[in-house]
Design a protein around this ligand. Structure first.
Ligand SMILES: O=C(O)[C@H](O)[C@@H](O)[C@H](O)[C@H](O)COP(=O)(O)O
Length: 236
């Protein structure tokens, strides 16, 4: 029996309204965590969707010096490259008030994510667990993070019982070699949100909700194993 696939979808009238609301929710969660424990962690995705959200969040009034920002996943390229998620975050999120945040990159000087894995694992392990906030995106093939269909380490990455925090990933659709937080690391976040925009992505989500194979559409692994209905924010 396929587990009932449950999501909690919030549709916004505009991408601007979505970005403002998601920035507010993120800031509230970070403030609350800082008030409780003195520090907070935020893991964000790359790609084109989150740019406006980053720009709005960068102006949030909170103690950014107590926040560590990292990435849900990364392309294994220098942070000077246009394809770098670290570059996207530095150019759009680590600006304004958020410039005071710490940033933990997922790329090292190693030639490959496999070679850099020990150091990246150490960086991830040094972050307070669980993540305070993790913001996921989704590709048109139903990938999220670097959980790509056909990925060489996909089964390990989406194993809900896996012990690895981060894992290398190679897949035709990924273009570059990748490094990604794993499913257990992401679904344990105190606030986990899937941020998608456009009619096409909504159709991809609808398809993911009716099918069953997480290897075919890895977003299904997040939906199936998240400890509560996956929080989805969408605007046309
Ligand atoms: O490194 C990445 O590309 C992301 O982490 C990836 O998982 C992204 O969220 C989706 O590919 C959606 O990307 P778009 O927002 O560009 O559609």
């Amino acid at each position: 029996m396929t587990p009932e696939r449950r999501i909690d979808l919030t549709a916004y009238d505009s991408r601007d309204a979505l970005a403002a609301a998601l920035a507010q929710r993120t800031a509230d969660a970070l403030r609350s965590e800082i008030a409780d424990g003195g520090a907070a962690t935020l893991a964000v995705s790359g790609g084109s969707t989150p740019k406006l959200y980053f720009q709005k969040l960068s102006r949030a009034d909170l103690d950014w010096s107590a926040v560590t920002v990292t990435l849900v996943d990364e392309r294994w390229v220098p942070d000077t490259e246009p394809r770098s998620n670290a570059k996207l975050v530095k150019d759009n999120l680590l600006q304004n008030a958020a410039a005071a945040a710490s940033f933990v990159p997922l790329v090292t000087d190693a030639a490959s994510p496999e070679g850099g894995l020990p150091e990246v694992t150490e960086r991830a392990a040094d972050l307070p667990a669980p993540l305070t906030v993790a913001i996921l995106g989704m590709g048109g093939d139903g990938h999220t993070a670097s959980f790509f269909p056909g990925g060489d380490r996909l089964e390990d990455a989406i194993d809900p019982t896996g012990r690895a925090l981060v894992i290398p990933m190679r897949a035709a659709a990924a273009i570059e070699p990748r490094i990604t937080f794993t499913l257990p690391a992401l679904i344990s976040a105190k606030l986990l949100v899937l941020h998608i925009e456009g009619e096409d992505k909504k159709r991809v989500l609808d398809e993911a909700l009716v099918g069953t194979d997480p290897l075919a559409m890895p977003i299904r692994a997040v939906i199936d194993h998240a400890p509560r209905p996956l929080d989805v924010v969408w605007a046309a």
